[in-house]
Design a protein around this ligand. Structure first.
Ligand SMILES: Nc1nc2c(ncn2[C@@H]2O[C@H](COP(=O)(O)OP(=O)(O)O)[C@@H](O)[C@H]2O)c(=O)[nH]1
Ligand SMILES: [Mg+2]
Length: 357
């Protein structure tokens, strides 16, 4: 399992790890997970040619049986050698609620790997250095820190965007707080430090004599502070439009309005898809730029869009902003944008199926 906060780079890392294992001749299957339905990540990974199962509707710990069924269904044709799972980025306590129960109940079927957790620098620096100012509430920060605390290994991701001194500073902050956990820097995008990640993923997981202490009340309140929105939209036009431009403009537009309203983005992503091509744009914090992470390089007259937003905002605020940006862009770009199925909510209290003590 590759964990880490919303926008830390889990899906990117999993894509790179999976390619690495495939190149070694191994059969790989992936599992994505979300609180809602219509996951951008599932499409992103399938677009890279991987077999991907999905556990939607709640986190792995609350959908333990679905996780087992999904992993089972990945073996329908051929049994995979390795399954890599991506938990929801606001989820923690995975060792006690997923890894240990899986080992205990299904140890005859699976050999459990370690929990590698990615550290997201933009929010990590602020949280670890206890900097005041804009960002997340202390309860959401509690989740961020608990994710790191339970890791078998911590990978500081996106080092391609960090100066040497920022890398060293982060490394110091992490080691000070979690002195017993191996820590290293990596760039999931560019591949720097990837050998260490491969090594960490192949290591024997730590066997804990007791599980991490968790305050489920703070955890539930921290999760509920993040508004969640998943929405399907259809884009049509009489004349061809550039798909990459559209997904990026949507992310930029929504990001700008959120920033103006003082609402911190955890992760905002938009997928644009035609039958054969896909484009994805991302925004992972209010202090960073929106970016196109997957380019389709196509012009088209029609595409299906998926918006996944996780923001420290109420679902109502989020919905209003997404709708207003969509209609403004439709005018500006002379497109018909039809907003379809929209789910927006605050995640419910986590109620794990099992919890090892
Ligand atoms: N610069 C940089 N960006 C990255 C890296 N890894 C991921 N990203 C970007 O961060 C954003 C979120 O990545 P994603 O893998 O979707 O994060 P997840 O929410 O943890 O699954 C995307 O725009 C990625 O392209 C990295 O190593 N360097
Ligand atoms: Mg992801």
């Amino acid at each position: 399992m590759v964990g880490g906060f919303l926008g830390a780079g889990k899906t990117t890392t999993i894509g790179r790890l999976a390619s690495h294992y495939v190149a070694q001749g191994l059969r790989v299957a992936l599992v994505t997970n979300d609180q809602a339905y219509n996951l951008v990540d599932t499409h992103t990974l399938r677009a890279q040619g991987f077999q991907v199962g999905e556990v939607p509707g709640a986190c792995f710990c609350c959908k333990f049986d679905d996780l087992i069924d999904t992993v089972g269904s990945l073996s329908d044709e051929k049994v995979p050698d390795i399954v890599i799972a991506e938990p929801v980025g606001s989820c923690t306590d995975l060792v006690a609620t997923v890894i240990e129960p899986m080992r205990e109940l299904f140890g005859d079927r699976f050999e459990m790997g370690p929990l590698v957790v990615l550290l997201k620098p933009v929010h990590g620096k602020k949280i670890l250095a206890e900097e005041k100012g804009k960002g997340f509430s202390p309860k959401a920060e509690y989740i961020f820190l608990k994710q790191l605390e339970e890791a078998d290994a911590i990978a500081i991701n996106k080092i391609d965007r960090l100066s040497e001194s920022d890398q060293e500073g982060l490394l110091r902050l992490v080691t000070k707080r979690f002195p017993d956990v191996p820590v290293f820097g990596v760039s999931a995008r560019e591949g720097t430090g990837f050998e260490q990640l491969v090594e960490a993923a192949a290591a024997q997981p730590k066997r804990r004599s007791k599980m991490m202490e968790m305050d489920y009340k703070t955890y539930a309140e921290g999760e509920a502070e993040l508004g969640w929105l998943n929405c399907q939209t259809r884009a049509d036009s009489e004349i061809k439009f550039n798909l990459d431009d559209l997904v990026l403009k949507l992310v930029q537009g929504i990001g700008t309005e959120l920033k103006e309203a003082g609402l911190e983005v955890a992760h905002l992503k938009v997928l644009g898809q035609t039958l054969n091509d896909a484009a994805v744009a991302n925004l992972v914090g209010s202090e960073v730029e929106s970016e196109l992470s997957l380019a389709s390089e196509i012009n088209t007259q029609g595409a299906d869009l998926l918006v996944n937003a996780r923001v420290a905002a109420s679902p109502e605020e989020l919905e209003t902003i997404v709708k207003s940006v969509t209609s403004r862009l439709a005018n500006e770009l002379q497109l018909k944008l039809t907003v379809g199925n929209m789910q927006s909510f605050r995640p419910g209290k986590p109620e794990p199926t099992h919890r090892a003590t």
